[in-house]
Design a protein around this ligand. Structure first.
Ligand code: PMP
Length: 359
C-alpha cells in the first residue's frame, strides 16, 4: 500500500474531484457565466488599473476598500458586516469550518449546489439533503420536519436554486429561517436574474446571513464572493479565512467594475430577456420539457428512457455546444440538461442544435 493510500482519508479517496468539461472550440453554455465581455473602453481602463497595482505587496488583509464598495453598491444594510471569499465557493468553506462542531449537521434541499455537501464532508459533518418534490418545488413541511429531527447547525438555501433554476417561495423560506435551530445561509448567486432578495431583511432574522457572488454578472474569472450579516456571524467566519485570500488584482479590478455596475446590469438585463425568449422557444421543441427559471439558465428534461438525456448532451457536443448533463447523479435529475443563457447568437445555435439532437 502506498503512503498516500494509507494517509489520505478513505472518503476523500472515494470521491471524484469537481468536474469541469473542456470547452475548447465549443459554444460554452455549461457553468452560468455571463456571455458578455467588457466594452472596449472599460476594458482599457481595467488595463490601466492593473498596471498600477503593486504586485510586490501582499493584499491589505481586510480588503476594506472593496468591502466598502460592496456595501455601497449592493446595498448592504447598516450594522451588517461583509466577508469576502475567493468565489462564494470559498465562503461556503469558511462558514462550514466555523460551525464544524463534533456531530453538527448540515442541511439543504436536494438537489442543490454540490459544494454545500462537499464542504460538509471535508469538515466531517453529516449532510442531510431533503428531497425536492418531483417538479423541484420545495416540500416545506418535509423540510421543517427534517429540521426538527436533525437539528442542523447550518442550513443552505440557494435562492434561486441551482441546478433547478426555481426560486422557492419567500414565505416558505421565512418559515424555515424562523424554525431553524441554527444558521440559515441564503445563497443568492442568481439574485441578479431573480430580483427578489433577503438582503434588506438581514435585521429581521438573527440567524440568517446572505451570500452572493459576482460570478454570474460578468466576473466569474475574478473569483469573488461575499457574505453579509451581523458582525457576530461575519467576525467568526473571518477567523477561518486565509489572511490574503483576495488578491491585489481581484480587489483592484472588482472595485473598478463595481463602480461601473450599470454596464454589468445592462448585460444581465439582456440575459434575462433572452432567458424568457429561449424558454418560450424551447417550450415548442418536441421531446423537451423546460422548467420555469428565475436564474440565468434553464433546466430541461429530455423525454425518453434512461440515457436519453446523455445522448442529447453528446449530440449537442458533437454539434459544437457544451451544456451540463445531470443524468447519473440524483435520480430525480435523470435526463435533465442545464442550459446556460448565452448571447442571442449562441442561443440561436443552441436551439438549432437541440432540435437536431432531438430528431
Ligand atoms: N452558489 C451557487 C448556488 C452556485 O450555483 C454557484 C456556482 N455555480 C456558487 C455558489 C459558487 O459561485 P462562485 O464560487 O463562482 O462565486
Amino acid at each position: 500500500m502506498s503512503t498516500a493510500a494509507k494517509v489520505i482519508r478513505p472518503e476523500i479517496q472515494a470521491m471524484h474531484a469537481y468536474q469541469v468539461s473542456d470547452a475548447t472550440g465549443l459554444v460554452k453554455l455549461d457553468v452560468m457565466e455571463s456571455p458578455y465581455r467588457l466594452p472596449e473602453a472599460l476594458a482599457a481602463e481595467i488595463g490601466q488599473v492593473v498596471s498600477n497595482v503593486a504586485l510586490n505587496r501582499y493584499p491589505v488583509p481586510t480588503a476594506h476598500e472593496l468591502r466598502a464598495v460592496i456595501r455601497d453598491v449592493m446595498q448592504v444594510p447598516p450594522g451588517c458586516d461583509v466577508l469576502l471569499g475567493n468565489g462564494s465557493d470559498e465562503c461556503i468553506q469558511y462558514i462550514t469550518a466555523a460551525v464544524a462542531r463534533e456531530g453538527a449537521v448540515v442541511m439543504a434541499p436536494a438537489p442543490s449546489f454540490a459544494m454545500f455537501s462537499m464542504h460538509a464532508l471535508f469538515f466531517r459533518l453529516r449532510f442531510v439533503g431533503v428531497p425536492l418534490r418531483d417538479d423541484f418545488s420545495l416540500d416545506t413541511e418535509a423540510f421543517l420536519a427534517a429540521m426538527a429531527k436533525e437539528r442542523p447547525a447550518l442550513v443552505w438555501i440557494a435562492y434561486p436554486n441551482n441546478p433547478t433554476g426555481n426560486a422557492f417561495p419567500a414565505a416558505d423560506i421565512e418559515r424555515i429561517i424562523r424554525a431553524a435551530p441554527g444558521l440559515v445561509v441564503i445563497d443568492e448567486a442568481y439574485q441578479p436574474f431573480a430580483g427578489a432578495t433577503f438582503m434588506p431583511r438581514l435585521a429581521e432574522f438573527e440567524n440568517m446571513v446572505v451570500m452572493r457572488t459576482v460570478s454570474k454578472i460578468g466576473m466569474a474569472g475574478l473569483r469573488l464572493g461575499y457574505v453579509c450579516g451581523r458582525p457576530e456571524w461575519i467576525g467568526s467566519f473571518n477567523k477561518t479565512r486565509s489572511p490574503f485570500n483576495i488578491s491585489v488584482l481581484t480587489e483592484a479590478v472588482a472595485i473598478k467594475l463595481l463602480q461601473n455596475k450599470p454596464v454589468l446590469d445592462a448585460q444581465a438585463a439582456k440575459v434575462l430577456e433572452e432567458r424568457e425568449r429561449v424558454r418560450a422557444e424551447l417550450a415548442r421543441v418536441p421531446g423537451l420539457m423546460v422548467y420555469p427559471s428565475a436564474a440565468n439558465f434553464l433546466l430541461t428534461r429530455v423525454a425518453g428512457g434512461k440515457g436519453a438525456g446523455t445522448r442529447v448532451f453528446e449530440s449537442l457536443k458533437a454539434l459544437g455546444v457544451l451544456v451540463k448533463d445531470f443524468s447519473g447523479g440524483y435520480p430525480q435529475m435523470e435526463n435533465c440538461l442545464r442550459l446556460t443563457i448565452g448571447t442571442p447568437e449562441e442561443n440561436r445555435i443552441l436551439v438549432v442544435a437541440l432540435r437536431e439532437a432531438l430528431k
